[in-house]
Design a binder for this molecule. Structure first.
Ligand code: FES
Ligand SMILES: [Fe+2]
Length: 439
């Protein structure tokens, strides 16, 4: 449970909000690189409560500007993208990726408008099929972020993007909540109901015997420089007397989750706040050592519920929303064909997360022992925003170097008395339990 004040502090992301100011100190994945082509249509981007426009210029550079033209505010999403700049439709002002005003055709040259006006432009770089942007004060950028998937060939990854109609913390809480998969996703993880779809190739057939059916995982958390990792520890199906089944999940500040997937597959989820009540969700599935073929991509989008034109419109908005009751199929539930009545694993997550309302009032909740990782994330983020706001201390994950490209989750069955911390310590995390905290 959080107080109302803490809930506000945790969830508000606009330019004046403490969390919004802190989030602006991180590089943020703003959109997929493929969405902007050289001299092609500019794209509307909403990020941390700001309306922006992204475009790729004739030289391939990506610009991220305030959506409103610096002259009198016409939207630059309408602008012409020509010869290394956006030309506003209204009076023809032309602006480049750095926000420089190159031309102001109706104005007399001697007034030098060009030199006196500058559009708001945020720095960008590209990594792993995304355009990353920095919305913080100029000159305060931290080192660039390159996750593991960005170090692999493009053929080894697939990206899905979905707009969610709620605050980013609600979405983020879903990925560090190991207990829900036994319930919400019980349908999707049954072999008969689509497990096949997660298979990337014949070499990666899942072992269809579940390693554990234990619906009461014990959750243990280990703090790390980037956030924390935690273990969901379950009684395994085989050898329950001598072994334990452990799934390690990572929370990477400020809004990433890395989830364990078997057989050489990586799985990163990013919950990018568009504003207080909307989140752009990007998830990346990647294989460490072989390309993902087209069939596997198609199957996987069907399994997740992220098919463009079917599950999503061209701006990644879902057909399943509160207004359509997430298209829940009560008849399928009645026939025993579906636990949730909702098709697509991601849709199941979005349905329950959005059903809480755009920003859930956490002063009303009742947390249990399975919510330990959720509690830890909130505590770390609140501590971070308070320290950042009052003492100017670096936000969580920015105080010391993080080897993002090494971060990986893992699941394994290990001897019952081995420390779970030995699993998934790819980025040099301690492999022994931390000494108990006082109190
Ligand atoms: S509003 Fe853009 S040029 Fe006038
Ligand atoms: Fe989920």
């Amino acid at each position: 449970m959080l107080s109302r004040e803490e809930n506000e502090l945790l969830t508000r992301v606009g330019p004046e909000a403490p969390m919004g100011r802190m989030l602006r100190r991180y590089w943020i994945p703003a959109l997929q690189s493929a969405a902007v082509v050289a001299d092609g249509a500019p794209q509307r981007v909403r990020l941390l409560g700001e309306d922006l426009v992204a475009f790729r210029d004739s030289n391939g550079r990506v610009g991220l500007l305030d959506e409103n033209c610096p002259h009198r505010g016409a939207s630059l999403v309408l602008a012409r993208n020509e010869a290394c700049g956006l030309r506003c439709l209204y009076h023809g002002w032309k602006i480049d990726v750095d926000g420089r005003v190159l031309e102001t055709p109706p104005e007399p040259d001697e007034l030098n408008f060009r030199d006196r006006v500058r559009a708001t432009a945020y720095p960008t770089y590209e990594s792993g099929g995304f355009v990353w942007a920095y919305l913080g004060p100029p000159g305060t950028e931290p080192p660039r972020v390159h996750f593991e998937f960005a170090t692999l060939p493009e053929t080894h990854r697939m990206i899905a993007t979905v707009q969610s109609e709620c605050n980013f913390i609600q979405n983020l809480e879903g990925v560090i909540d190991s207990a829900h998969s036994n319930y919400l996703h019980s349908n999707a993880i049954k072999p008969a109901a689509g497990m096949e779809a997660t298979v990337f190739s014949e070499n990666r057939k899942f072992d269809l015997d579940r390693p554990s059916n234990d619906g009461k995982p014990r959750i243990e958390v280990q703090d790390t420089p980037y956030g924390f990792r935690y273990a969901g520890i379950r009684v395994p199906t085989r050898d329950p007397e001598t072994t334990k089944y452990v799934r390690v999940t990572l929370f990477v500040a400020p809004f990433y989750g890395i989830v364990a997937a078997p057989y050489g597959i990586g799985f990163l989820q990013m919950f990018v706040p568009m504003d207080d009540e909307h989140t752009m969700f990007h998830y990346v599935r990647y294989t460490f050592d072989e390309p993902i073929d087209d069939d596997a991509r198609t199957r996987h989008h069907a399994w997740g519920g992220t098919r463009m034109g079917i599950d999503l419109d061209e701006r990644y908005r879902k057909t399943r929303t509160r207004a359509t009751n997430w298209l829940q199929d009560r008849a399928a539930m009645g026939r025993g064909e579906s636990y949730s009545g909702i098709t697509g694993v991601n849709n199941e997550d979005f349905a329950v997360q959005e059903s809480m309302g755009p920003i859930y009032d956490r002063s009303k909740e009742h947390l249990g022992t399975s919510d330990v990782a959720v509690i830890r994330m909130r505590r770390l983020m609140l501590d971070s925003v308070r320290r950042f706001t009052t003492d100017g201390r670096p936000p969580l994950g920015l105080g010391e170097p993080v080897r993002y490209e090494k971060l990986r989750a893992e699941e394994r069955t290990i001897p019952i008395d081995a420390p779970w911390q030995i699993i998934g310590a790819f980025a040099g995390e301690p492999t022994e339990p931390e000494p108990a905290r006082p109190g």
